[in-house]
Ligand binder design. Structure first.
Ligand code: ATP
Length: 304
């Protein structure tokens, strides 16, 4: 595989998702969300910043939001490449994909779950990321980005997987400059309009491996000392919190892209023993997987 190969694979995933007919209202809504993100990237962002020249970097921390955005971003990169050579006299097989690795930045700020660290390492290889990792805990987020920009002077814009329902996300726009207390760059935020259900739907349909913590009831992953499984997903007495806990994505899971036959398992990475100890030390209850939760307002209930 190569970046070109995985970009084409991501294109095939999103295209196949967009071609789905007569599924759930979540699928219909997610298709609209994908189309808008695709328009932002292809019709606006890639016209202003060349994704093949190092002007754009991708901020990545292994979370579900940046993973789903990465899939759509790579899909668009493939489409942009195909479009750019459409008028060429040579056919696709004689054209070289202009990037070998995707410029990516990860700020290793809080104490991170080992499982997430492992997932970042795995996906760095899976998606051909040229991953800058800031030294752990050494500095503030703005300073860490400043250090990254000092080392990567071509970078003008950074893709961020923030959504309107995230803290401080409500009023953001797809393209905007950083605030004055941050190093100067353009924030590219083409996932803002996605709901939690849209993220799970495409991610589970993609058949791509997810970070194993999500299977243990995590719905958003912060630091080791500040994140626990989401209390709204706890099994057992009082589990319903007023509503039945159900899996809204059985169809996506059973019909995931590239699956040979119906199979109800979700590909996830192994949770490290150390993380299992941490999770079970304070609470040994069982939890439904993170994708059983679709209410945006409850997504961060496991984070303090
Ligand atoms: P989850 O909420 O499930 O943990 P996530 O980490 O992708 O998923 P957020 O925590 O809401 O989502 O972060 C929003 C976005 O900000 C990420 O998708 C990523 O693009 C960027 N981001 C957040 N933290 C970091 C970090 N430490 N390094 C690089 N980028 C980051």
């Amino acid at each position: 595989m190569s970046l070109e190969g995985v970009a084409e694979h991501c294109y095939n995933i999103t295209q196949s998702y967009l071609d789905l007919a007569n599924q759930t209202s979540i699928v219909d809504e997610t298709k609209e969300a994908i189309k808008l993100t695709r328009d932002y990237l292809l019709k606006d962002i890639f016209k202003r910043w060349d994704p093949f020249s190092g002007q754009i970097s991708f901020s990545y921390n292994g979370g579900k939001d940046c993973q789903v955005l990465l899939i759509v971003y790579l899909s668009c990169l493939w489409e942009f490449f195909k479009e750019s050579i459409r008028i060429s006299q040579f056919s696709l097989k004689f054209q070289k994909f202009p990037l070998e690795y995707l410029p990516t930045v990860y700020i290793d700020q809080a104490e991170t779950f080992q499982t997430l660290e492992d997932f970042i390492e795995l996906t760095k290889n899976r998606y051909f990321l040229s991953l800058y990792e800031s030294p752990r805990n050494q500095t503030s987020m703005p300073q860490a980005f400043r250090n990254y920009l000092d080392l990567n002077e071509n970078t003008e814009a950074i893709v961020i997987g923030i959504r309107h329902t995230d803290p401080y996300g409500e009023k953001l726009k797809c393209i905007e400059r950083t605030d004055s207390n941050w190093p100067d760059f353009i924030r590219l935020q083409p996932l803002l309009h996605w709901k939690l259900a849209n993220v799970w739907s495409l991610l589970l349909y993609s058949g791509e491996e997810l970070c194993g913590l999500y299977e243990y009831g995590f719905t958003s992953i912060g630091g080791v000392n500040t994140t626990r499984p989401n209390p709204f997903l706890k099994k057992g007495p009082g589990e319903d919190n007023g509503e039945a806990i159900t899996n809204h994505f059985s169809w996506e899971i059973s019909n995931a892209y590239g699956k040979a036959q119906e199979d109800s398992s979700v590909p996830v990475t192994r949770v490290s023993d150390a993380d299992l100890d941490i999770i079970q030390k304070t609470d040994d209850s069982a939890y439904y997987p993170g994708w059983f939760l679709i209410e945006d307002s409850k997504e961060r209930a496991g984070r303090s």
